[in-house]
Design a protein around this ligand. Structure first.
Ligand code: FAD
Length: 313
């Protein structure tokens, strides 16, 4: 059995999600090759992939058509490589939630989405109903197309020295083309790879309060900033901060939930965090049922005190 892991990268280096998806890919039991597909210059990310422990070969495809995360040319490339592989694994990032269903459809197989455990090479666990039930799925397809919920797999180590081989990009199906993008720039860690996340909820009441209370605490901790959907819907926080069932799924070392009630849709995105701290003025808030440390307090008093104390360390 040979597995092709499709790398998440920024053309210069791999993203952490690739290391985590590799752990899942290796558990399928066969040889693992990595595909790095990107714009010209992606060889740098491929050289990074060659250092991943357990990877035996890295394929690199460089083409303008593979820039800007346009899904169809990447799906066509993966399908062109399909005869040599039994399984295709990718992290369940926004990019691959777009690409991998196309691969599965073109191969006429069923995608197994967001696995959290490899039970056997053809059997996987995945959460359903916002994480309230775990489904065990057995795939009878000859070729498996799998996305990985990276928050539940440890990152694979580096230390390998695989060969890097260039492959030609497949013909661009020209079904879509890149028009433009607006990229939010932030010095803070990306939510899905942040080791610490400070999140605010509806209780923040305004965008200004996020800047005044949540962001200074996050800066003191070197943390990423998250938000509940209620806070995002109210315009207190941007969309890409949303944590939960319809937002990002995170599992940092430390998750600090401030003024968040703990609705099941929010918990679905953060309950696997290693340590959960909750600050809420309602002692019956459901967030306290999953919190390791809970503070029943008014956030407008407690958060500035906490930030100030951290500043003294
Ligand atoms: P609330 O539930 O209103 O809680 C606010 C909390 O702040 C309360 O517990 C209150 O006691 C506390 N509080 C108020 N003032 C203070 C103060 N001064 N100091 C301290 N504490 C205070 N939600 C998500 O977060 N992510 C998702 O991805 C998501 N997806 C959804 C998908 C679907 C299909 C649906 C139906 C819902 C989804 N939701 C999601 C919404 C979810 O059900 C909740 O409505 C939402 O999480 C509530 O956000 P909240 O905790 O910020 O607000």
């Amino acid at each position: 059995m040979t597995t092709l892991l499709i790398a998440e990268h920024d053309n210069a280096a791999l993203k952490d999600a690739t290391h985590k998806a590799l752990t899942a890919a290796a558990q399928l039991g066969g040889e693992v090759h990595v595909l790095v597909a990107g714009s010209p210059g992606a060889k740098a990310a491929a050289d990074h992939a060659a250092k991943l422990a357990g990877v035996t070969k890295v394929l690199v495809a460089e083409s303008d058509a593979l820039s800007h995360d346009v899904a169809e040319p990447l799906a066509a490339l993966i399908v062109s490589l399909a005869p040599s592989y039994d399984a295709f694994v990718a992290p369940a990032t926004s990019r691959f939630k777009n690409v991998m269903p196309r691969v599965a459809a073109l191969l006429d197989v069923m995608q197994v989405s967001e696995i959290t455990k490899v039970v056997a090479p053809d059997t996987f666990e995945r959460p359903i109903y916002a994480g309230n039930a775990i489904q065990t799925v057995k795939s009878k397809d000859a070729k498996k197309v799998i996305t990985v919920r990276t928050s539940t797999f440890a990152a694979a180590a580096e230390g390998g020295s695989a060969a890097v081989e260039a492959v030609a990009a497949a013909a661009d199906p020209a079904l879509s083309s890149f028009v433009g993008e607006e990229v939010a720039k932030s010095d803070r860690p990306e939510l899905t790879s942040a080791k610490i996340i400070v999140s605010g909820g509806r209780a923040m009441q305004s965008r200004e309060n996020f800047s005044k209370y949540i962001e200074p605490l996050a800066d003191k901790l070197g943390a990423g900033v998250g938000a509940s959907r209620a806070a995002v819907d109210a315009g207190y926080a941007p969309n890409d901060w949303q944590v939960g069932q319809t937002g990002k799924v995170v599992a940092p070392e430390l998750y600090v939930a401030i003024g968040i009630s703990g609705a099941i849709q929010h918990l679905a995105g953060m309950k696997d965090s290693k340590v959960i701290v909750a600050i809420n003025k309602d002692e019956d808030a459901p967030i306290f049922q999953v919190a390791d440390y809970g503070l029943v307090a008014d956030l407008y008093q407690a958060v500035p005190e906490l930030t100030e104390e951290l500043g003294k360390l």
